[in-house]
Design a protein around this ligand. Structure first.
Ligand SMILES: CC(C)(COP(=O)(O)OP(=O)(O)OC[C@H]1O[C@@H](n2cnc3c(N)ncnc32)[C@H](O)[C@@H]1OP(=O)(O)O)[C@@H](O)C(=O)NCCC(=O)NCCS
Length: 172
């Protein structure tokens, strides 16, 4: 799967981000909040956060994801300027899941981070998200700590790997 990543920087990118988000259930109230969140996040300095849209070969926005470059959950093991970037808010269009888009987006993020000389990529994934866990494991991410989630029986696995692409495991 070939996916082109493009930094979302302009007000019109909010519509594309929302079009991906809206392939999942989204009440009008939550849509307004999500729009506000995207606008705020896009206004953040480039040294803090990069927001990417992923486009398929037909030029359709099919995914988005962010890299937090300085700070994630106030934990220096998750993000540290120039050294560790944290994947945040990865989402593939609901009707395009399972096509390898998620994998292509994460590979693109690894490349972007490596280009910026960032050596380590981290992320957090909840135990009830087997698809995401499989995706990250396929790409060679390994759990380095576990934290309690927001609800009972919810756990967050914090995973990391080097940004060197040669370390990605083959997809079989
Ligand atoms: C999680 C998500 C990003 C994955 O993207 P995707 O494009 O569907 O993933 P891919 O097709 O690249 O790969 C998914 C892998 O999970 C596997 N998979 C699919 N459903 C699965 C399931 N129910 N249990 C375990 N593995 C599953 C696929 O077989 C594939 O592995 P393979 O390459 O070994 O066959 C996407 O489903 C998504 O946006 N989900 C909603 C938001 C979300 O959960 N984001 C992640 C937050 S950490």
């Amino acid at each position: 799967m070939k996916i082109r990543l493009r930094r979302a920087r302009h007000f019109f990118d909010v519509a594309a981000l929302l079009s991906v988000r809206k392939t999942y259930p989204l009440s009008p109230e939550f849509e307004a909040k999500t729009r506000e969140r995207f606008e705020e996040e896009m206004a953040a300095p480039s040294s803090e956060r990069w927001i990417f849209l992923g486009y398929d070969q037909r030029g359709e926005a099919v995914a988005y994801a962010q890299l937090l470059l300085r700070e994630a959950d106030n934990d220096p093991e998750l993000a540290r300027a120039g050294e560790i970037a944290h994947i945040y808010d990865l989402r593939v269009c609901f009707d395009r899941q399972g096509e390898g888009i998620g994998r292509a987006v994460v590979e693109g993020l690894l490349e972007e981070a490596a280009k910026a000389s960032i050596e380590v990529m981290t992320l957090g994934v909840e135990n009830h998200n087997p698809r995401a866990i499989k995706l990250y494991e396929n790409l060679g991410f390994e759990t380095f700590k576990v934290a309690e989630g927001r609800t009972e029986n919810e756990w967050v696995f914090y995973m990391r790997r080097s940004t060197a692409l040669s370390r990605a495991r083959s997809n079989g």
